[in-house]
Design a protein around this ligand. Structure first.
Ligand code: NAP
Length: 290
């Protein structure tokens, strides 16, 4: 897609998500013709609002594409042994190709043990350390986490040249910041990772051609954080002082300075579920030697 980089262009997630879905529908049709039905199982403990919102989006996306889904709803006080038993059953179920375990898990569960239990071949959102390692190695047979992958897909869709570009990633969590930095490095960007201890933060980020914000602080990124003409990807999902959903970027303050900027909502979040669906189809194909 040819994009003219005029300042202030809001780049939405929907066209990216639709394009991915379109391709997946064809791939799923081919699999179904061969008697293979890709299936995702979501493992949810209790009913946290965040989990339910993501679950609704994921189920809808999978349904549109023709991927079968199931939600395994586990009781809030489930024990470590019970959780591991349930996960092992899914690992061994040949009809399930992708498993998404909602995290964080409740306190009584030891995530450090559980992450080694999920089958890396079915681990569609990079819970297993095997998939984390594959991101580090640039091994594309694995499953990087869906949100940072969505960031890269958006940049590619809007023809942002990452080769040699200066990229600043704001945030270093295992869910977003670190893997986003690695995936962008794999695209040959020159990546700087910033965090709460970074000195002169705005000076560092304002050097970047591409700024990825994943801090979880409502509207923290102001115009002085952004280089004139930079591309800004806002991963944050926060609530502002008026109780409205907003990102980590103060969009109104930044929009005229940036060449392109993703909105919140309707930006990165809307691409994440299509990446999840893409991973389920990939897992299904790998498990069927396709
Ligand atoms: P997190 O685990 O809380 O990590 C936040 C990161 O930001 C940390 O590395 C932290 O630095 C850094 N940070 C916090 N305050 C800072 C400050 N004042 N200056 C500089 N750095 C600061 O959050 P997360 O899980 O990565 O999520 C980040 C945001 O993305 C949240 O708003 C979350 O809701 C959103 N999110 C969106 C999606 C999606 O699909 N769109 C998916 C997942 C998450 P330290 O490491 O030094 O503490």
């Amino acid at each position: 897609m040819e994009v003219v980089a005029t300042n202030g262009q809001i780049i939405k997630g929907k066209p990216v998500a639709d394009k991915i879905s379109e391709n997946l529908i064809n791939e799923v049709n081919e699999l179904v013709k061969e008697g293979i039905n890709p299936k995702l199982t979501i493992v949810r403990v209790g009913s946290r609002g965040d989990d339910l919102a993501y679950e609704r989006g994921a189920l809808k996306r999978c349904e549109t594409i023709g991927i079968q889904t199931e939600v395994l709803e586990l009781k809030e006080d489930i024990t470590q042994e019970e959780y591991i038993n349930e996960l092992t059953k899914l690992n061994n179920d040949k009809n399930v190709h992708g498993i998404l375990c909602f995290r964080p898990l409740p306190k009584q569960l030891n995530e450090e043990e559980i992450k080694y239990v999920i089958s890396p071949e079915k681990d569609v959102d990079s819970f297993s350390p095997i998939n984390t390692a594959k991101v580090m190695e640039g091994d594309t047979t694995g499953f990087p986490p869906c949100t940072p992958t969505a960031v890269v897909e958006i940049l590619k869709h809007y023809d942002v040249n990452l080769n040699g570009a200066k990229v600043a990633v704001l945030g270093r969590s295992m869910v977003v910041g670190k893997p986003a930095a690695m995936l962008l490095l794999n695209e040959n960007a020159t990546v700087t990772i910033c965090h709460s201890r970074t000195k002169d933060l705005a000076n560092v980020t304002s050097e970047a051609d591409v700024l990825v914000a994943a801090v979880g602080r409502a509207k923290m990124v102001k115009a002085d954080f952004v280089k004139q003409g930079a591309v800004v990807i806002d991963v944050g999902i926060n609530v502002d002082e008026d109780g409205k959903l907003c990102g980590d970027v103060d969009t109104n303050a930044v929009v005229e300075k940036a060449s392109m900027i993703t909105p919140v909502p309707a930006g990165v979040g809307s691409v994440t579920t299509s990446i999840l669906a893409k991973h389920v189809v990939k897992a299904c194909k790998l498990q069927n030697n396709k």
